[in-house]
Design a protein around this ligand. Structure first.
Ligand code: NA7
Length: 532
């Protein structure tokens, strides 16, 4: 019978994978991480486009498992940029001596369960194999860049870049004619960041999003001191809050205030950092249509103030979805960029994109020439990476067949028929500040693996009944406000042919924590820990 090379094989050295490695090593398991990139960081390794930065507060996104780490790392800004994030993750890996357990440039192409030995055989693109007792895919939800199928993409003779695959070496955009396609969180970050450099910038927008100011600022020495002093209370809040943020949840409803008070409240919200505008808003802003319409009217007014050309302003205001129906991006100088004569807006709903040519982009209005085209067109969200790993469970069943109609899971942690396989931070995971929620899942995965070791069990596998129940609960909850809308990528709507199935955890973090506690109290039911 084949013996495993390692106890735990983690795929991906992003935020979740690094934490999984740390916890598995701490628990005394031999552990190896297979990482496709040449460095650590995952999403924060690949998304190195100009302007890439957190829109969760830096100190709420970083790790909380070590007070010393929290105290010694001084984030420079409330919302750190990508280079600082990458430095932080490298610091963590070196500080806890984790680098030696990570094999870089190793993309997993196949992972096959062997019933006989109760192990997974994992193959990477270089042909190397690793046999492991437990396989943990920490492959993230935003890790497979999506390119729309626009005819002629291979004809364009200039440079094409995707925000999610930005090269490590500097890209010279000086005096270049640049097109940015897509106006999600990435597109709206990249536009103002490259504006000064480029000769001209055309923004190809299909649907505008409800963008609000990020309101970033440096962290002052006084704030640094307060953060350190408040570590325990910050950690306690982040470990229990529904969203995984520090922003207090709004307690007043829309009907509690008069128009005048609302206006003043909206002005205060507009000045709040990041997700404060959503979390500290009226508690009913996402599901009371009067509240939503009122807040949207306020934001539309702000956009009209910021953008000088009224026609452009109108086109930047969403008209097809309520606030909170799509993931709201946060911006710094995005709307103002449209006041620069170098910047133009191409409204793809008025003039659809037809094809790329050798020199540029052709729409219904003709061809515009470019030196560089930036695809800010998002990701195959949630299941993209898992679908490309060649995973086969019991009886050779492919994960892609098991999930042909979209993912089915228990707690976003396991799926039936795939023993000893976990995917914290994957489909049915975070509906909030990702590292917090994903960390809850990693902690529970470790607890299960330790329990299996303690009782000499060879396999951990969730029951089909539990998976069906949880998945139907998620699917049902996902179709009721205040969930994201079915036209968002959270339902896979951005990738043609992908099943429309909810990819986050609509039941929320409290439910996840409740069911984890219940499982712990019931001898880990509905996970079966078996000798084989
Ligand atoms: P998103 O948020 O998925 O945004 C992708 C953008 O690309 C969005 O504006 C799309 O327009 C646009 N898009 C997609 N396909 C096309 C085509 N065919 N033509 C024109 N425009 C297109 O990805 P991001 O990278 O910005 O952000 C991902 C996450 O990173 C974000 O949610 C945060 O969690 C951080 P559409 O809205 O579909 O009309």
């Amino acid at each position: 019978m084949a013996d495993p090379d390692v106890d735990v094989c983690v795929v991906g050295a992003g935020i979740t994978g690094i934490y999984q490695l740390y916890r598995a090593r701490e628990a005394g398991f031999s552990t190896m991480v297979l990482e496709a990139g040449s460095g650590v960081g995952g999403t924060w390794f690949w998304n190195r486009y100009p302007g890439a930065r957190f829109d969760s507060e830096s100190y709420t996104y970083g790790y909380l498992f070590s007070r010393e780490l929290f105290e010694e790392w001084k984030w420079s800004e409330h919302f750190a940029g990508q280079p600082e994030i990458e430095r932080y993750l490298n610091h963590v890996v070196d500080r806890f001596d984790l680098r030696g357990s990570i094999r870089f440039d190793s993309r997993v192409v196949e992972a096959v369960w062997d019933d006989e030995s109760a192990t997974w055989l994992v193959t990477t693109s270089d042909g190397a194999t690793t046999r492991t007792r437990y396989l943990v895919a920490a492959t993230g939800v935003l890790s497979v860049p999506f390119f729309p199928d626009v005819p002629g993409r291979e004809d364009f003779r200039g440079l094409q870049l995707h925000t999610g695959l930005w090269p490590a070496e500097p890209v010279d955009l000086a005096n270049k004619r640049v097109a940015v396609i897509g106006t999600g969180s990435s597109g709206v970050q990249v536009v103002p960041a490259i504006l000064d450099e480029v000769a001209s910038l055309a923004v190809y927008q299909r649907r505008p999003n409800w963008c609000t100011p990020l309101n970033n600022s440096p962290i002052t020495p006084e704030q640094q001191a307060t953060l350190r002093a408040d570590f325990e209370s910050i950690r306690a809040t982040l470990n229990t809050s529904v969203s995984g943020f520090l922003h207090p949840v709004g307690e007043r409803g829309f009907a509690d205030d008069t128009d005048d008070v609302r206006r003043e409240f909206y002005e205060q919200l507009w000045q709040l950092p990041g997700f404060g505008k959503l979390i500290s808003n009226y508690y009913d802003v996402t599901f009371n249509m009067d509240a939503n319409t009122s807040w949207c009217a306020f934001m539309a007014g702000k956009i009209r103030e910021l953008v000088h050309d009224p026609d452009i302003a109108d086109q930047l205001i969403p008209d097809d979805h309520r606030y909170g129906e799509h993931r709201p991006p946060f911006v710094t100088g995005y709307f103002e960029a449209f006041n620069d004569p170098k910047v133009s807006l191409v409204n793809l709903r008025r003039t659809p994109m037809l094809r790329l040519t050798e020199t540029g982009i052709e729409t219904a209005e003709g061809v515009r020439d470019f030196d560089v085209i930036v695809w800010a067109t998002g990701f195959d969200f949630g299941t993209g990476a898992l679908a490309r790993m060649g995973i086969r469970g019991r009886d050779g069943v492919a994960l892609n067949d098991h999930w042909a109609d979209g993912p089915s899971t228990y707690l976003g942690i396991q799926t039936a028929g795939f023993p000893n396989f976990f995917f914290p931070g994957g489909p049915h995971a975070a509906a909030g500040n990702n590292p917090r929620y994903n960390g809850d899942q990693v902690d529970f995965v470790m607890e299960l693996i330790v329990a299996a070791r303690d009782r000499g069990a060879a396999t951990i596998e969730v029951t089909t009944d539990a998976e069906d129940l949880w998945t139907s609960k998620i699917d049902k909850a996902a179709r009721q406000p205040p969930s994201f809308g079915e036209s968002s990528y959270y339902f896979g709507a951005n990738v043609p042919g992908k099943p429309r199935k909810y990819l986050l955890n609509a039941a929320g973090r409290p439910k996840l924590l409740e069911l984890i506690a219940r499982s712990r109290a019931n001898d880990y039911h509905p996970f079966l820990l078996s000798s084989k």
